[in-house]
Design a binder for this molecule. Structure first.
Ligand code: IPE
Ligand code: IPE
Ligand code: MG
Length: 252
């Protein structure tokens, strides 16, 4: 499903070019947002959930079809237990509070990352969110939770090796055959990858899938991210020329 250069061509009629099909966001800066206001880090995470709600709504309005957000990384377990617990509780509260509306709005919810190791109540809830929205296709919200790209690739490689040992697949591995084992198996590659908070790194997010994503690093802290920031990100995306290794059209 991936690797297609998914962004459609700008319209020939001179109107606004279409939005990127798939936007991925590293939602960073909650702690610094809170610190700057003399608040506990948990307050930043709480406000971060509000920014996520705003962004899901804005993304749909702006014509984005797929939004994938980095919510908790496999490395975030290194944080104090109290903060980890807050982040888990916020995911739970978000799904519990928003699932009915997401479902009604035609949103398909997916949660990518290692399911094993999640507390059973959270694992059950995310299973339910995925099941109950599986028939939706208007908008695709993917939450990367307990997600790390290296972990995803290793789990995929292990599953592939098992299938090979069982004689279910051949050893001729192609991009497409391998992608079928990734958590993102039914998602297109991201066109635009945004990181908030002014950090210039990927932090183990979608390493395989973002091979040709346009990268955008913005200074705003995630709790302050809003529709204007997303619109501006899309405008900057439209200024980029995506070549996918080829030469630009018209180049001699
Ligand atoms: C993003 O904000 C949320 C997670 C990584 C879970 P941070 O908590 O990383 O905030 P900063 O980077 O410390 O400001
Ligand atoms: C990346 O942010 C992970 C999420 C946003 C969930 P981090 O704050 O964990 O990344 P580093 O530690 O600054 O690289
Ligand atoms: Mg951070």
């Amino acid at each position: 499903m991936a690797r297609t250069g998914t962004s459609p061509e700008p319209s020939q009629s001179g109107g606004e070019p279409p939005a990127p099909q798939h936007v991925a966001i590293i939602m960073d800066g909650n702690g610094r947002w809170a610190k700057a206001r003399g608040l506990p880090r948990a307050a930043g995470h709480e406000r971060g959930v509000e920014a996520l709600r705003r962004t899901v709504e804005a993304a749909g309005d702006l014509g984005i079809c797929y939004l994938t957000v980095f919510s908790f990384s496999t490395e975030n377990w290194r944080r104090p237990a109290a903060e980890v617990n807050t982040l888990f509780a916020l995911l739970k509260a978000y799904v519990q509070r928003d699932l009915a509306r997401l479902k009604e709005d035609g949103v398909r919810v997916r949660v990518i990352g290692q399911r094993a190791g999640l507390p059973p109540d959270i694992a059950e809830l995310v299973d339910r969110a995925e099941r109950e929205t599986a028939a939706n296709s208007k908008f695709h919200l993917t939450i990367a939770f307990n997600y790390g790209s290296r972990n995803e690739i290793l789990r995929a490689a292990t599953a592939y090796a098992r299938a090979l040992a069982a004689g279910e697949v051949t050893a001729d591995l192609t991009d497409e055959a391998f992608e079928a084992y990734l958590d993102t198996r039914d998602l297109p590659d991201p066109d635009l990858l945004i990181r908030t908070s002014g950090e210039y790194r990927i932090s183990n997010f979608l390493l395989w899938q973002a091979a040709y994503a346009e990268l955008l690093f913005v200074d705003v802290q995630w709790p302050d991210f809003n529709r204007d920031h997303l619109e501006s990100a899309i405008s900057r995306y439209h200024e980029r020329e995506r070549r996918f290794g080829a030469v630009a059209p018209g180049a001699t």
